[in-house]
Write a protein that binds this ligand. Structure first.
Ligand code: NDP
Length: 440
């Protein structure tokens, strides 16, 4: 870890992600000579490459704007690079390196042949017109197209990148290369997208929670659930919680959270999705629209008593104090829809408290799994049915859960440490492929 720290100064999120995985892997590989001899851990913590580039675009007032774009290709040991693109003013190289590192293990856990990558820009899509977003996306792809391809690197969406942005980027890629290929996932259904991709991350996180509960003879039915975020992952998590008989009572955004003790039912969720995606509205307005709800400015929802928590907004949104409060208030399970939403203090607390705790790399892998299926459909030039894909999603989430059981069992107890389970299961496949290649 000392070496990783020296080689990556000023990159706290990346170091945090490496440390979290290394804590489990050190222990696992201690007697496995070949992993040491071939420096597998050290090599996995060094991205294959980091591409950084200038993105110039013109705003509606004819001002020239300059942003920075990145693509971090962490590992293609088990398949072409794969991972989302994030547009957010807080994006840094450190954040994208942590996400690409995590993505490598997550993709491995799905059982599908996908390597790990992540990209993005410090561009802020909020408050921009459609034309500004289009010009930015076109400029971003004008550089990115050199580094991606359906057998090289297949980006998808993430924070700030949804169907609109994917459409603009796909269109520009097609225009530059004169090729219609499955170079991006999360595409519109009219041009090679897959059914169920939009819902997959949020639904998948709830399926994972359902798997954890059913292993201990429990269920989501009747559970009060606290959810953070109000974007793609959060809203679909709420949808699936409700379908399975649970009651979701919170949603949030970067300005605060709403608490609706009556539950966010289908009608309220429909309003939220429209309000957030079509009108780019704030979650505070939920409380104006639905009088039973209250908006808490500048706060996160972890003080609301609940049975289960689904952090679905962003990284490091649960710290040690939040984790303690959740457990003290009766929370028995946490499934992370977001990437690394819990900091190391929080993780240590959840681990010590022995609650059912599913880290993002396991619980939110449904999204990338569906992206994998989108790639398969594009290659075969076929479209699978909704029923088929819903079943595939459930099967993938069950498979990831069961892979965690293989390495997550705590000796002498019935408890499963899902972080350890997911870190080791994700690592082994990538590490063994690296061993097969020798030193490359
Ligand atoms: P969206 O852009 O659709 O929504 C993001 C939500 O998180 C918004 O409600 C946003 O609020 C909130 N948010 C963003 N940054 C912050 C912040 N710094 N503090 C508080 N709230 C914040 O993104 P997604 O739903 O797609 O992604 C959410 C998380 O899930 C991310 O961690 C992402 O990496 C992860 N993920 C997403 C996948 C996908 O398929 N989309 C797949 C796997 C993981 P506001 O509107 O105020 O910015």
């Amino acid at each position: 870890m000392e070496g990783v720290g020296k080689r990556n100064p000023g990159q706290p999120e990346f170091l945090q992600a490496v440390r979290e995985v290394a804590e489990d892997i050190f222990d696992y590989i201690i007697h496995k000579k070949e992993y040491h001899e071939y420096q597998i851990l050290r090599r996995i913590a060094e991205p294959d490459r980091v591409v950084s580039f200038r993105v110039c675009w013109e705003d509606d007032n004819n001002n020239i704007r300059v942003q920075r774009g990145w693509r971090v290709q962490n590992s293609n040991a088990i398949g072409p690079y794969k991972g989302g693109i994030r547009f957010h003013p807080g994006v840094t190289e450190s954040i994208l390196k942590f996400l690409a590192f995590e993505q490598t293990f997550k993709n491995s856990l799905t059982g599908l042949p996908m390597g790990g990558a992540k990209g993005g820009s410090n561009f802020n899509p909020k408050g921009k017109s459609d034309h500004e977003v289009m010009r930015f996306c076109q400029s971003f792809m004008t550089e990115l197209y050199r580094h991606v391809g359906e057998n090289i690197d297949i980006p998808a969406g993430d924070i700030g990148v949804g169907a609109r942005e994917i459409g603009y980027m796909f269109g520009q890629h097609k225009r530059i290369t004169n090729r219609f290929t499955g170079v991006l996932t999360g595409k519109g259904l009219e041009y090679g997208g897959s059914l169920v991709r939009t819902e997959a991350t949020g639904y998948g996180a709830v399926y994972f929670a359902q798997n954890m509960l059913s292993r201990v003879g429990n269920a989501i039915d009747g559970k009060v659930c606290v959810v953070s975020g109000s974007g793609n992952v959060a809203t679909h998590a709420v949808e699936k919680i409700t379908q399975l008989g649970g009651k979701a009572v919170t949603l949030s955004d970067s300005l605060g959270f709403i608490h609706d003790p009556d539950g966010i039912d289908e009608e309220k969720l429909h309003w939220t999705k429209e309000h957030k995606t079509r009108n780019h509205g704030r979650i505070s307005e939920y409380a104006d629209r639905f009088p039973g709800a209250t908006f808490y400015e500048g706060q996160r929802p972890w003080s609301v008593p609940c049975d289960m928590a689904f952090p679905c907004a962003t990284e490091n949104e649960i710290n040690g104090t939040d984790a303690r409060r959740l457990v003290q208030n009766g929370c028995i399970a946490v499934a992370e829809g977001a990437n690394m939403p819990t900091n190391l203090d929080g993780i240590h607390f959840f681990r010590g408290a022995r609650i059912l705790y599913a880290p993002g790399k396991a619980a939110n892998a449904g999204g990338v799994a569906l992206s994998g299926f989108e790639m398969s459909q594009n290659s075969a030039r076929l479209s699978w049915s909704e029923d088929e894909l819903q079943e595939h999603l459930k099967t993938v989430m069950r498979g990831i859960h069961d892979r965690c059981l293989e390495h997550g069992g705590l000796a002498g107890t019935d408890h499963i440490d899902y972080i350890r389970g997911s870190n080791i299961a994700g690592f082994v496949k990538v590490a063994n492929a690296m061993l097969a290649y020798g030193v490359v």
